[in-house]
Ligand binder design. Sequence first.
Ligand code: 5GP
Length: 238
Amino acid sequence: MGVHNCSIVVLVLLPLLLASSSSAATDFDFFYHVQQWPGSFCDTKGGCCFPGNVKPAVDFGIHGLWPNYAACRPAVGKNKTECWPEFCNAADTFDPLLVSDLKNGMDRNWATLSCKSNDSTGFWSHEWEKHGTCSNMDQHAYFAAALEFKARFNLTQILLDAGVVPSDEETYGVSSILDAITAATGSKPSIGCNKGVSGEMQLYEVYHCVDRTGTRPVDCPGTVQGRKCTDTVQFPAF
Ligand code: 5GP
């Protein structure tokens, strides 16, 4: 191949190579770090189960660390909008061996409450494959970041200190819950609710917003779609 032909090949291939390497990084704006209250997960028609039948601590547990867009956008090539990226790399399946040193922390802080399985591996696989593969982190960094963020704030204690005590009778103002968490953590969270077996509205999830590195708390932009709360909610006993 002559020098001329060679430079044409380079000119044609270089942009393609650059495009393919930069498309490996997923574009998103912030993470939701989501914690679930076990009392609210359990007080539902489906109920709950515990890995190895051992009841977890009376504490929030991690649901996931979810890359999210600041504003929903039209999905490329699909006739719908999307508010977060998901399932970014089907080839990168969850491998428990890659996080074996984190397993104790995950068992204590990220246990499944679903009755579909008796151990948390399926829950962790789902969270990695749906959300983690879009995080621009490897599996170890992803699970470590979620555990480390949870350890920064004792959410259960923050609520107790604000007088938000687990109870099957009391109701609490959503604004006082949000204010208490904001004051203690320095950033504005969001919350999500579900309905208990008697139809009562309950605090189910707390969403902290975290910057793209997975470390720095930032204010959440608004309310979370799909898990609306009324002005007062229960915080059921567990
Ligand atoms: P996501 O909300 O991350 O999109 O999906 C959660 C998935 O994990 C659901 O398929 C749900 O059945 C499963 N799952 C397993 N254990 C749990 C749990 O303890 N809490 C929640 N919220 N989902 C769980």
